[in-house]
Design a protein around this ligand. Structure first.
Ligand SMILES: [Fe+2]
Ligand SMILES: [Fe+2]
Length: 303
């Protein structure tokens, strides 16, 4: 039997393909600089505050992504050294984003703030997760809503430095989504089995998918309170976009067997079968991975 991943496309590429791409990206990553020569003038204190909230949230996501990827790399090294190397290089990309965001926050007159109560509780719980499949599933869902948010914000952003920061994040997260699909497929394959323990683990993972789906779509309400004055994305548009992308990604990656609730999607005005049939032409499509490999040749479009 031939391995279906041997010559796959998009997220179905083998680990060796991802490793080559990540190494190629790493060679030139640090050459790219933010152009912060022009000061950013906000129209009001509220807009500046909202920008600080927006980029602080981005900073925390990068920080968490970096530490989880490197912790996972250490865990995976014993059974797949190449996959571990992919995780390490992926974590380095998040670390690079974190350093760009640190500079960017200083440029807009802010700093990295302590996390709020809810955010802090969430990230501490996530940091305690130990199972590789749990960590990767959570991370993949975060990458999906991250790239969706950046892309929607990019549509409305006008200042060149803000556009550059959002463009870098959108472009790279668009590569991270299918990369994390690959990580999830590999960790599921490794943790799979047929005993009662494996069945229970799978049920827990399914429950986590549905829980995170609701929590992430719901998180758009809290983020509207803090960031709306900066990104101008209405609640309805953001929450629907989260549900759409979180659903379509998994409907297309059918073998992972995470199926979004059709009742929940209907309540949000979305049709599961239509999503399954529709093509995703945005940055979060798996095909975007190949386009995003060579950063210089990527054209990032707003949602
Ligand atoms: Fe990132
Ligand atoms: Fe990422």
């Amino acid at each position: 039997m031939t391995d279906p991943q041997a010559n796959g496309k998009g997220s179905r590429r083998p680990t060796s393909w991802w490793l080559t791409m990540l190494r190629r990206r790493a060679e030139r990553m640090y050459e790219e600089e933010l152009d912060l020569s022009e000061p950013i003038r906000f129209s009001s204190a509220a807009e500046r505050d909202a920008a600080l909230a927006f980029f602080n949230a981005a900073f925390r996501a990068e920080e968490s992504g970096l530490s989880q990827a490197h912790a996972l790399a250490a865990q995976v090294a014993s059974w797949d050294p190449d996959l571990a190397e992919c995780l390490r290089l992926y974590g380095d990309e998040e670390g690079w984003h974190r350093s760009l965001l640190t500079r960017f926050l200083a440029h807009i007159g802010g700093e990295v703030r302590p996390m709020g109560r809810v955010t802090g509780t969430f990230y501490r719980a996530y940091a305690r997760a130990e199972r590789a499949d749990t960590i990767v599933l959570t991370n993949l869902m975060f990458e999906t809503i991250g790239s969706t948010t950046y892309r929607l914000a990019l549509r409305r952003a006008t200042h060149p430095a803000v556009r550059q920061m959002l463009t870098i994040l959108t472009r790279d997260e668009s590569f991270h989504v299918p990369l994390n699909v690959h990580f999830l497929r590999e960790t599921l394959r490794h943790s799979g089995g047929s005993g009662a323990g494996a069945v229970a683990a799978r049920l827990r993972l399914d429950a986590l998918y549905h829980l995170l789906f609701v929590a992430l779509v719901g998180s758009s309400a809290a983020s509207r309170r803090r960031a709306l004055a900066f990104d101008h994305i209405p609640f309805k548009e953001l929450s629907t976009a989260y549900a759409e992308h979180l659903a379509r990604l998994f409907l297309h990656e059918r073998d992972l067997r995470f199926v979004p609730s059709s009742a929940l999607l209907r309540a949000l005005g979305l049709d599961r079968d239509a999503l399954a049939r529709s093509e995703d032409l945005s940055a979060v499509s798996v095909e975007a991975a190949e386009r995003a490999v060579d950063r210089a040749s990527v054209t990032v479009s707003a949602l």
